[in-house]
Design a protein around this ligand. Structure first.
Ligand SMILES: NC(=O)C1=CN([C@@H]2O[C@H](COP(=O)(O)OP(=O)(O)OC[C@H]3O[C@@H](n4cnc5c(N)ncnc54)[C@H](OP(=O)(O)O)[C@@H]3O)[C@@H](O)[C@H]2O)C=CC1
Ligand SMILES: O=C1O[C@H](COP(=O)(O)O)[C@@H](O)[C@H](O)[C@H]1O
Length: 528
């Protein structure tokens, strides 16, 4: 690996902001690279919630401490809970990690400075008084900090259950729109429960905001290795000619968590693993692994290609699906007593186009499994004419480990060092923590919030993309909801149902016998 080249920023779109300029002053860390464009108000709706505390505020803090936010910044947390500013600060303080900040400043000071930018407002979602007050608060700040003539920016982050998106969006539209610059609204998944509900939500939001104002966040698109997929595929001559059905035998996209629903049982039980992880996060990864090369990195060009490849996904067959539920899931008092919600699913997708015809894409996700990891595992076909008789050494694989400990590695067949002519399997390892020792990899939410401020929608889900993703999964989900597929149980801490192993074997995945490489950056690397 060699030099670092800065990629061209996508061409400005509609209300897209310029990428970076400095307007750092007084209370900014010295390495400040702020986003230009006037005062910025970030409103976190649902500020009392889990996502806001664990992800949204920490991501905004990370941007703040690195100087990516302007001096003219206000952050408002809005929710129904009757809390003071201090109560909110107490709730989120423990999640703010100062990391490496200005050596002249105490980490505590950086956190306090940030917290001082946050005001908490409590109000209803169902009545407009709270939103009138919210608008007054934002306008007052804009007036005081930006005067009459400077541009202002308003970012509304809906860290709320989707059931309240329509009403909250209505009040934002009615009372809180910016007249001196952009208004952008970030919405969180799940965007609906099936095709009809997703389309209904899209129509409701679409009637209030333009597509350029709506940022449907899927935090997997903000992960470092997911962002690397297009670079890897399209700028390495190694990969360009072999990334197709002639060379690739199968692809697995795997998400595993080693914990169960953990306090989110009420939400999870309504959705299940396919709606929670596969239809969104893993499908986004699938798109980046399979799409054709976009005309450019312009967000619309990238998203056009994603939509195209999703349109080629064939209807899912029941024999290509294994669903499971971990033993003990029903002990969670927040899930339904006789729930049949799957906490595990393995689904083979097939893409009917020139590049991928015949290649199974096995998408697997599960909770309460033996480890936490997410990876893409591309297995290549056997080399033709095996004069070394080394098939048993395993096939070539290229693995992109999205988490934990980002890495890419290739499994190759080599001559075993020594006097004998004996083949063995070995690996080329590109572990990020070894290659980029001083680099702190940004959090997904941090990157995506910055993209929102910059007006770059490349890593956000477009309405037609969402629709086609639901078209793929809705018939299967309805069959599962109607109890038409067997739900197998699996032990917590296991690798999931054995039926899932049978499925990948039936689809032609060849497991390497014997030798199992343990990447140095992972203590344990269980097989996929
Ligand atoms: N938590 C996570 O790890 C992730 C969450 N998400 C998504 O982010 C969004 C927010 O998630 P999360 O923070 O976990 O959700 P919470 O259940 O914590 O809800 C957030 C806030 O919304 C308000 N709220 C909760 N239920 C209702 C309701 N029925 N009607 C009106 N308001 C309600 C509450 O605030 P108050 O009562 O004070 O107004 C609550 O603090 C969801 O869409 C979720 O799917 C996405 C990825 C990960
Ligand atoms: O969206 C979700 O993602 C998390 C997993 O995110 P990760 O970045 O830690 O991999 C998952 O736990 C949760 O159920 C889901 O809603």
């Amino acid at each position: 690996m060699g030099t670092t080249a800065e990629m061209a920023a996508p061409p400005a779109l509609g209300n897209a902001a310029p990428r970076m300029c400095g307007d750092s002053k007084s209370d900014q860390p010295p390495q400040a690279q702020t986003v230009a464009g006037g005062g910025l108000s970030i409103v976190v709706l649902g500020a009392s919630g889990d996502l806001a505390k664990k992800k949204t505020f920490p991501a905004i803090f990370n941007l703040y401490k690195q100087g990516f936010l302007p001096n003219e910044l206000q952050i408002i947390g809005y929710a129904r809970s009757n809390m003071t500013n201090e109560d909110l600060y107490k709730k989120i303080r423990g999640y703010l990690k100062p990391g490496r900040t200005d050596p002249m400043k105490k980490p505590e000071d950086v956190i306090n400075q940030f917290l001082n930018k946050i005001t908490y407002l409590h109000g209803d979602y169902n009545a407009d008084e709270g939103f009138i007050t919210l608008n007054e608060e934002v306008s007052k700040f804009e007036q005081e900090k930006c005067g009459e003539d400077r541009r202002t920016r308003r970012l509304f982050y809906l860290a709320l259950p989707p059931s309240v998106y329509p009403v909250v969006s209505q009040w934002i539209r009615k009372h809180c729109m910016n007249t001196r610059g952009w208004t952008r609204v970030v919405v969180e998944k799940p965007f609906g429960k099936d095709l009809d509900s997703a389309e209904a939500l899209s129509s409701q939001l679409g009637a209030l905001f333009s597509e350029e104002q709506l940022y449907r966040i899927d935090h997997y698109l903000g992960k470092e290795l997911v962002q690397n997929l297009l670079v890897m595929r399209f700028s390495n001559r190694f990969f360009v000619p072999i990334w197709n059905r002639d060379n690739i035998a199968s692809v697995q996209i795997v998400f595993k968590e080693d914990f169960g629903t953990e306090g989110r049982g009420g939400y999870f039980d309504e959705y299940g693993i396919i709606r929670d992880i596969i239809q969104n996060h893993l499908v986004q990864v699938l798109c980046l692994v399979t799409m054709e090369k976009p005309v450019s990195l312009h967000p619309e060009h990238v998203r056009d290609e994603k939509v195209k490849v999703l349109r080629c996904v064939e209807p899912i067959r029941d024999e290509d699906v294994v669903i499971g539920q971990y033993e003990g899931y029903k002990d969670d008092p927040t899930v339904r007593k006789n729930t049949t919600t799957p906490t595990f699913a393995s689904i083979a997708l097939r893409i009917n186009n020139e590049r991928w015809d015949g290649v199974p894409f096995i998408i697997k996700a599960g909770k309460a499994l033996d480890s936490r990891k997410a990876e893409v595992r591309v297995q290549f076909k056997d080399a033709p004419g095996d004069i070394f008789k080394c098939k048993k050494q395993g096939r070539n694989e290229f693995v992109m480990r999205l988490q934990p400990n980002e890495a890419m590695y290739m499994k190759l067949t080599m001559k075993e060092p020594g006097l004998e002519m004996k083949a063995t399997q070995s690996e080329l390892d590109m572990s990020y923590s070894l290659r980029y020792q001083d680099v702190v990899i940004p959090e997904a939410y941090e990157r995506l919030i910055l993209d929102t401020i910059r007006g770059d929608q490349q890593h956000f889900v477009r309405r037609d993309e969402l629709k086609v993703a639901w078209e793929i999964f809705t018939p299967l989900l309805h069959r599962i909801d109607a109890g038409k597929l067997p739900l197998v149980s699996y032990k917590q801490g296991s690798r999931g149902p054995t039926e899932a192993n049978d499925l990948i074997t039936r689809l032609g995945y060849v497991r390497t016998d014997g030798y199992c490489w343990k990447p140095p950056t992972l203590k344990v690397e269980p097989a996929a």
